[in-house]
Design a protein around this ligand. Structure first.
Ligand code: SF4
Length: 350
């Protein structure tokens, strides 16, 4: 490889929702004997899922595969209401690690459906987030994936709500929004869209590096919607070569010139650092910063309750006051990468 310089998109990698979900599952692994079950991949990243499997987490796509009484976590992408209920019934401890921004979209679907809207939901048909959101009010929602599919919807609908998956490509979304607004008399939307801040910020940053770099490397998995959107954005905004890879071992050997790097919202930063070392740029690396992200989502309420109860039990056994400390009190100060790396290293040395 003959790499001149690396341009690092900022922000990149873990978002607040992924941080919350990974830390929550890590806490479950620390508290319970394996196996801990997780309904769907906790986040769509192969490396993260592999690491959790090493720690004794069993990922299932069918909630009935969770044995009665076993601890289970529901993924960050959000689950159908019936499924959340079933998990509560069969499991000893059920914790829902849904991202609050997905919950907000669920709420919009529920409210608009009750008000009698026909809801057009823009998303990826097979994606866990889309499946969970559609299940909120299946009788009111029609899913479309592209502008073309708008043609299949009658144009005389009176009350139309346009709602979308949080991780779409900004450019694709804008095209669909404009077409829908031309087609229908009036369209309800949540501000301009339901795209989350993390999706928007990462795509704005990758636009910048794509204009400046010869090659763009996107770290993340093929089933991650926001990662694929980054890949498509890089192509659209001028990068001659774009590679989506899971880890540095997948880097092509003939990369040269200026290389831009970004990472999907579920890809860990240590993989980015590995890629930089492998590329070994002659003139070092430079951050291309479009904004600072400081969003933080606290652990799910069920997990906070669980830790409060455990702390109280320990305090009681020591004749100490209850309700004082919980290990989650300084959750914000810990990063998901550090928490997971610590646990992974600990297990590998046992
Ligand atoms: S990408 Fe957006 S919606 Fe998805 S977990 Fe991150 S913040 Fe939440």
């Amino acid at each position: 490889m003959n790499v001149e310089k690396v341009l690092l998109a900022r922000p990149r990698g873990f978002c607040a929702g992924v941080e919350m979900a990974i830390k929550s599952l890590t806490w479950m692994v620390r508290v319970f004997e394996p196996p801990v079950y997780c309904y769907h991949e906790i986040v769509h990243n192969k490396i993260i899922v592999d690491r959790f499997e090493t720690l004794g987490v069993v990922f299932v796509n069918n909630i009935s595969d969770v044995p009665v009484g076993a601890p289970v976590m529901l993924s960050a992408h959000g689950s159908a209401p019936e499924l959340v209920e079933t998990a509560r019934e069969i499991s000893g401890i059920s914790i829902n690690a849904v991202c609050p921004l997905v919950t907000k979209v669920h709420h919009e679907v529920k409210v608009r459906s009750k008000k009698g809207y026909s809801i057009i939901y823009v998303g990826h048909r097979e994606h866990d987030e889309a499946i969970g959101t559609m299940a909120i009010a299946p009788e009111s929602v029609t899913l479309i994936e592209s502008e073309d599919e708008l043609d299949n919807i009658p144009d005389d609908l009176e009350m139309v709500a346009l709602i979308n998956q949080t991780t779409l490509s900004l450019d694709d979304w804008e095209g669909i929004r404009e077409s829908a607004q031309r087609k229908f008399n009036s369209v309800w939307m949540a501000n301009r869209s339901d795209l989350c801040f993390a999706t928007t910020n990462r795509q704005l940053a990758v636009r910048e590096i794509s204009r400046l770099a010869d090659t763009v490397v996107v770290l993340g998995s093929a089933n991650s919607s926001n990662t694929v959107a980054l890949e498509n954005t890089a192509r659209r905004y001028g990068a001659e070569r774009v590679f989506r890879i899971n880890s540095s071992s997948e880097l092509p050997q003939d990369i040269a010139g200026v290389v831009g790097i970004t990472a999907g919202a579920s890809a860990p930063e240590d993989l980015v650092q590995e890629v930089i070392s492998t590329l070994n740029p002659r003139d070092g690396s430079e951050d291309i910063n479009v904004t600072i992200e400081d969003e933080y989502f606290p652990p799910p309420p069920e997990l906070r309750d669980l830790f409060r109860a455990l702390s109280d039990a320990v305090a009681l056994s020591l004749l100490a006051p209850c309700g004082v400390n919980s290990p989650l009190d300084d959750d914000r100060a810990r990063s998901a990468s550090d928490t997971l790396n610590f646990l992974t290293q600990r297990v590998s040395t046992i």
